[in-house]
Design a protein around this ligand. Structure first.
Ligand code: NAI
Length: 328
């Protein structure tokens, strides 16, 4: 049978991990014919809880699950991994300032970038889900000089999926009719979900909706603040949907985005669409065999321009802050 595909997950004992691991183990990434080996990283105090999760993985008797290893040493856990899903991050605690959060996560993503650089497989792809995802990805790639920067991405697929779902509901269409959705910028409240290039059944979404007030005052804030709305309703942050988006993003990256469509992914900018080069910002991308390309030639009107600029300005501030801390 095929060699197992080695997938590392950090923060594996957390909320997202509890959804993500079972889907990875059941073949959601590469299908039922490709065995998967899980490499699970946690901090030492969470290893006991992680052992419990591994007991449950065993109890599912997944045919695709070739093995599970757990540990608190990134250089051991990341050894030979083909895909690393960096989910674990330090949540903002009471009284913690933004700078403190960047610094705490900076330490995590510096160490994990270095460990990946040292021991990951030559074909490794790295997806960052843990927040602040874009800047954490920038820190990790800056600390992994031997891994090409295009192997790193940050997750905006959840925002992308949320935008598809909102547009489908508004237009009374199935989600499968929605194509060419784009999230631009940061995975934060400044993100810009763009309906001017999206399509509903092949027709321009902004025209189908025909309601700029809805777009500005309803759609964009609903997508951008969905995370907070879920915390408010559920009492804890989105986890199953974040896990599902993490899988969607990795699967499409590895196996290809659908023909005639694209996906949103935060990748290091080459200056396309005047997003300052070097920032890890969300773009419309097509993917194939583990590579991505930014969709070129989209017309950006003044409204979209100002939204994209606002979000990339925030990314530039985050970059300057982590630069000031010596993390990149
Ligand atoms: P959680 O707090 O339930 O789990 C995080 C886990 O990471 C914990 O088990 C913790 O022990 C572990 N961890 C902390 N530092 C670590 C380290 N250095 N190495 C390995 N593991 C470490 O959080 P949850 O709900 O699973 O969310 C994880 C992250 O994903 C958070 O940063 C959250 O903000 C982010 N997120 C991102 C989304 C996106 O769309 N990009 C959507 C939803 C959540």
């Amino acid at each position: 049978s095929a060699t197992p595909f080695k997938v590392a997950v950090t923060g594996a004992a957390g909320q997202i991990g509890y959804s993500l691991l079972f889907r990875l183990a059941s073949g959601a990434l590469l299908g039922p014919d490709r065995p998967v080996e899980l490499r699970l990283l946690e901090i030492t105090p969470a290893l006991k809880a992680l052992e419990g999760v591994v007991m449950e993985l065993d109890d599912c008797a997944f045919g695709t699950l070739a093995g599970v290893e757990i540990g608190d040493d990134a250089e051991k856990v990341f050894d030979g991994v083909n895909l690393a899903l960096l989910v674990g991050a330090r949540p903002r605690g009471p009284g913690m300032e933004r700078g403190d959060l960047l610094e705490a996560n900076g330490a995590i993503f510096t160490a994990q970038g270095k460990a990946l650089n040292a021991v990951a497989a030559d074909d490794v792809r790295i997806g960052v889900t843990g927040n602040p995802a874009n800047t954490n990805a920038l820190i990790a790639l800056s600390n992994a000089p031997d891994i090409p920067a295009e192997r790193f991405s940050a997750l905006t697929r959840l925002d992308h999926n949320r935008a598809i779902s909102q547009l489908a509901a508004k237009t009374g269409s199935p989600v499968t009719d929605i194509t060419k959705m784009t999230i631009w910028g940061n995975h934060s409240a400044t993100q810009y979900p763009d309906l001017f290039h999206a399509e509903v059944g092949g027709r321009n979404a902004a025209q189908v909706v025909g309601d700029q007030a809805w777009l500005e005052n309803d759609f964009i804030p609903t997508v951008a603040k969905r995370g907070a709305a879920i915390i408010e309703a559920r009492g804890s942050s989105s986890a199953a949907s974040a896990a599902s988006a993490t899988i969607d993003a990795a699967r499409d990256w590895l196996t290809g985005s659908p023909e005639g469509d694209w996906v949103s992914m935060a990748v290091q900018s080459d200056g396309s669409y005047d997003v300052p080069a070097g920032l890890v910002s969300s773009f419309p991308v097509t993917t194939r065999d583990g590579d991505w390309e930014i969709v070129q030639g989209l017309e950006i009107d003044d409204f979209s321009r100002s939204r994209i600029d606002a979000s990339t300005a925030e990314l530039a501030e985050e970059r300057d802050a982590v630069k000031g801390l010596g993390l990149i």
